[in-house]
Each structure stands twice: as structure tokens, then as C-alpha cells.
Design a protein. Structure first.
Ligand code: GLN
Length: 315
């Protein structure tokens, strides 16, 4: 058996064991239901994939299951906005500090002067970032985002789930409030409803855990294509994005996650988590049973186990 084959068998065995040790945790969480379409997810689903760029993506569990990116998309639109405009323009509209508040909180927008969202990983900040994506129409901007995610995942078939996008669109009063507040304070300009359309569609981009692992790999290796290894973004943009993943990627649980796991990661309320272990691995996880902060219970435990087993903490 070659060295690569041995490694594959080891991953295979380790992942199987980790999934069986953690899957019971799905019982202690809940599937997100504030976006009605997300409530249809199977709370018992668990899937994990890892990609090291050498072998095929390796996975365990329900790895064919599609799920929507939700907040994971915030990392990718941040990278695209930075490619479109550079740091100065982007960080004129959004800050670089963690909040300690829930991801959809409005409170700091009112108390901060100027009223600029604290970071691009909370909803207010992500809306400000999405407003910067270049393109003449919602369709054109969405196509640019989709093409970018297709490149990062090496999967040219990726698209968005219209049902989930509509479901969020129809129930997005809180995000609408954030966006109108931001426009009043000059952080965003233009049609808020169009921004909401783009944001909900971006959040509804569908992937499997294997796609996520490949995107994680791309970020882990400074933004290269996961298969061809061609550069997709400047190294500095990938570095910046990974730093936000560490400081704000798991919402207001990012501090404890950094201590327990130490992997740049970003979660979404669909139950997905992406991990980017610098110059080593991309990790993709799906398990929609969430804790009270909106993070996948099994996902966080799996990342903790992977981090310990392979010594993946960056600290
Ligand atoms: N689309 C979701 C929202 O804006 C994303 C939130 C999340 O995944 N935390 O509420």
C-alpha cells in the first residue's frame, strides 16, 4: 500500500469513529426554523469531509446531502468584495472587531458611532459587504458570486436553492431592518429590497460537505483552485478572511472555539461548518442540529476531535 493509500485508510477509519462518537449530540440541539424552509432539514443528519489536496476528498456520513451555505457565504462574499474594491473601501463600510452579540443583533448599530457594523461575519456587516459586490443587476452580481464559489469548490454545477431563498426573503424582517438602518446611516446605498434579494440568494447557495471541504482547502492554501492549484485571490485576502474566521466565524462562541479547536472556521444556521487549516486541510461538515448560538453541535465536536487527533490548532 502506498503512503497516500495508507493515509486515506487512516482518515476513513478516524472519521467513521468520530462520527459514531458524536452523532448522539444531535438529540440536544434544534434545527433552525426562523427561516421556515430550514426547518425541513433532518436533525439526525451528519456528514463530514476532509480534503488535503493530494487525495480525493474523503468523507463519512450523508455526504451527498445538499445544504445551503447561509452565513458561510459571508466569508466568500467578503473575499469577492476585497477582490472587487480592496481593503480601504471595504473597511470603510465594515469593521474588524468581534461583537460578543448574536449574529442578527441590531443593538451595536445604534450605540456605535459611526453606525458601522463591527465585522463582516454578523448579518449587518455581511449586508454591507454584499452591497459592495460589483455588477449591473442582482442577477449579474449573483452570477459573479456563484462563479466565484464554483471556482473555490472546483464544482462548476453549484447553484442556489430558490425555495430556501424565497423562504428567507419572505421572513427576513430583521435583516430588512438592519439594511434600512444601514442605509439611513450612509453605510449602504441603493435599493434595500434588491440587496435583500441578493443576500438571501447568496445564503441559499447549495453545497455538500465535500464542496465545503474543497473551499476550505482553497482558503487554507491562500486562495488557490482546489484541483488545478491556480491562484484565485491574493494571498493577503485569504489571510484576512481566515483571520475573521478565527475572531468572528462561530458568532459569539468564537472565543471558546478558538481555545478548544483553534481552526479558522465559519458556521451557518443550516448546520454547515467550513474549516481551513492553513497549509494542511480543508474541512466540510453538515449537521443541522444547532446549539442556542446557532452553531452545529456535532460539527463543533467533530472539529474538536479532528483538531486533537491531527493537531490542527493554529495556536
Ligand atoms: N441567512 C441567514 C440570516 O441572515 C444566515 C444566518 C446564519 O447562518 N447565521 O439570518
Amino acid at each position: 500500500m502506498s503512503e497516500d493509500q495508507q493515509l486515506l485508510c487512516k482518515y476513513e477509519e478516524d472519521l467513521r469513529k468520530m462520527v459514531s462518537e458524536t452523532k448522539e449530540l444531535t438529540k440536544f440541539g434544534q434545527v433552525a426554523d426562523y427561516i421556515p424552509a430550514l426547518a425541513e432539514a433532518d436533525p439526525d443528519d451528519v456528514a463530514v469531509a476532509i480534503y488535503d489536496g493530494r487525495n480525493t476528498c474523503f468523507s463519512e456520513g450523508n455526504d451527498e446531502q445538499l445544504f445551503t451555505l447561509q452565513s458561510i457565504s459571508k466569508v466568500l462574499t467578503l473575499a469577492l468584495a476585497l477582490i472587487d474594491h480592496g481593503e480601504e473601501t471595504v473597511f470603510a463600510k465594515v469593521g474588524m472587531e468581534p461583537t460578543g452579540d448574536p449574529f442578527n443583533s441590531i443593538s451595536k448599530l445604534e450605540t456605535q458611532v459611526p453606525s458601522k457594523p463591527l465585522n463582516p461575519m454578523i448579518n449587518a456587516g455581511a449586508l454591507a459587504v454584499t452591497a459592495l459586490i460589483k455588477g449591473g443587476s442582482v442577477d449579474e452580481k449573483l452570477t459573479r458570486i456563484l462563479e466565484f464559489v464554483r471556482l473555490l469548490s472546483g464544482n462548476s454545477a453549484l447553484t442556489y436553492n430558490d425555495k430556501v431563498a424565497r423562504s428567507e426573503w419572505e421572513s427576513a424582517d430583521l435583516n430588512r431592518s438592519l439594511a434600512y438602518f444601514l442605509r439611513q446611516h450612509g453605510i449602504i446605498e441603493g435599493d434595500v429590497e434588491k440587496l435583500l434579494e441578493l443576500y438571501t440568494k447568496q445564503c441559499a447557495i447549495e453545497v455538500t460537505c465535500r464542496d465545503l471541504a474543497k473551499i476550505g482547502y482553497s482558503l487554507a492554501y491562500d486562495g488557490i483552485h482546489p484541483d488545478t492549484k491556480e491562484p484565485i485571490m491574493e494571498r493577503d485576502i485569504a489571510r484576512l478572511v481566515k483571520t475573521f474566521m478565527v475572531t468572528c466565524g462561530m458568532y459569539n462562541a468564537s472565543g471558546e472555539f478558538a481555545i478548544r479547536v483553534g481552526i479558522p472556521a465559519k458556521s451557518g444556521v443550516s448546520g454547515g461548518i467550513i474549516g481551513a487549516v492553513p497549509y494542511r486541510l480543508g474541512i466540510g461538515i453538515y449537521s443541522p442540529s444547532l446549539d442556542d448560538k446557532g452553531n452545529s453541535l456535532v460539527g463543533m465536536k467533530l472539529l474538536e476531535k479532528l483538531s486533537k487527533k491531527y493537531q490542527l490548532s493554529i495556536f
